[in-house]
Design a protein around this ligand. Structure first.
Ligand SMILES: N[C@@H](CCC(=O)N[C@@H](CS)C(=O)NCC(=O)O)C(=O)O
Length: 216
C-alpha cells in the first residue's frame, strides 16, 4: 500500500497518524511530479492529497482513507464499538473537515503581512475563533483525548490542524487559540505526547521550517 501526501499537509498528516497508530505496512510517498501533474491526476483526478493506493484500489479523501485503514487494520482500534460512540467520533471528524479547516485554510494566502487583505483576514479569523469555541464545547473533559479516554480518529483529524492553528494565529495578532479554552489546551498538551502524533507533527514542523526557508 502507498499513501501519497506531503508532510506539511494537515489532511495528509491526519492519515499518516492513522498509519503510524496502526503500525501498518504503508509506504509514504510524495505525489509524483506534484499534486497537479498528469501522473498524479491519473491517481487522484481531484489533484488533492492524501490518496491511498490500496494495492490497486485508489482511495481519496483523508477521512475515507482513515475509515478504510480502520476496517483493514482493526487493531489497535481507532473507533469505539457502539454505534452511538462511533457517531460521536464521526461528528468530530466531519466538524474538522467541513467547519474547522476552511477558515484556517482561508488564511494561508494571507500569511504575508505586506500583501494581506485585512478584511479577508478579519472575516476568517472571526469564523475560526467561532469554530474553536464550538470545538471547545464538543471536546471531552480535560485529561481525555478528543472524545474520551481512548485515542480515536477524531484525534487524528484534529491534531494536524491545531498544529497549524497554534503556529499561524500568532502571526495575525489574533487571540491566542488555547487561551480561555481549557479543554482544547489540555487536549493539545496530551495529544502531542502520543507517539504517532509526535512523529507526524515533527514531520510537519520540519516541512514548515523548510517552507519558511529555515530548512535544507
Ligand atoms: N477533503 C480533502 C481535502 C484535502 C486537501 O484539501 N488537501 C490539500 C492539502 S492539505 C490539497 O490537496 N490542496 C490542493 C488543492 O486543493 O488543489 C481530504 O479530506 O482529503
Amino acid at each position: 500500500m502507498k499513501l501519497y501526501g506531503l508532510n506539511l499537509s494537515n489532511f495528509a498528516t491526519k492519515s499518516r497518524i492513522a498509519v503510524y497508530e496502526k503500525g501498518a505496512n504503508v509506504e509514504i510517498a510524495s505525489p509524483p511530479g506534484g499534486m497537479k501533474s498528469p501522473e498524479y491526476l491519473k491517481i487522484n483526478p481531484l489533484g488533492k492529497i492524501p490518496a491511498l493506493d490500496a494495492d490497486g484500489t485508489i482511495i481519496a479523501e483523508s477521512e475515507v482513507i482513515n475509515e478504510y485503514l480502520e476496517e483493514k487494520f482493526p487493531t489497535p482500534a481507532l473507533l469505539p464499538k457502539s454505534p452511538e460512540a462511533r457517531a460521536k467520533i464521526r461528528v468530530l471528524t466531519r466538524f474538522h473537515d467541513l467547519y474547522l479547516d476552511p477558515p484556517l485554510r482561508g488564511l494561508f494566502g494571507q500569511l504575508n503581512p505586506k500583501s494581506r487583505d485585512e478584511k479577508i483576514v478579519n472575516e476568517r479569523l472571526s469564523e475560526l475563533q467561532t469554530r474553536l469555541d464550538q470545538l471547545e464545547s464538543m471536546l471531552a473533559e480535560p485529561g481525555n483525548f478528543a472524545a474520551g479516554p481512548d485515542f480515536t480518529l477524531a484525534d487524528c483529524s484534529l491534531a494536524p490542524t491545531i498544529f497549524f492553528v497554534t503556529n499561524v494565529l500568532p502571526g495575525f495578532g489574533a487571540q491566542a487559540p488555547l487561551e480561555h479554552r481549557p479543554r482544547l489546551a489540555a487536549w493539545w498538551g496530551k495529544v502531542q505526547e502520543r507517539p504517532s502524533v509526535k512523529k507526524a507533527l515533527a514531520e510537519m514542523a520540519e516541512a514548515m521550517k523548510a517552507m519558511l526557508g529555515g530548512g535544507r
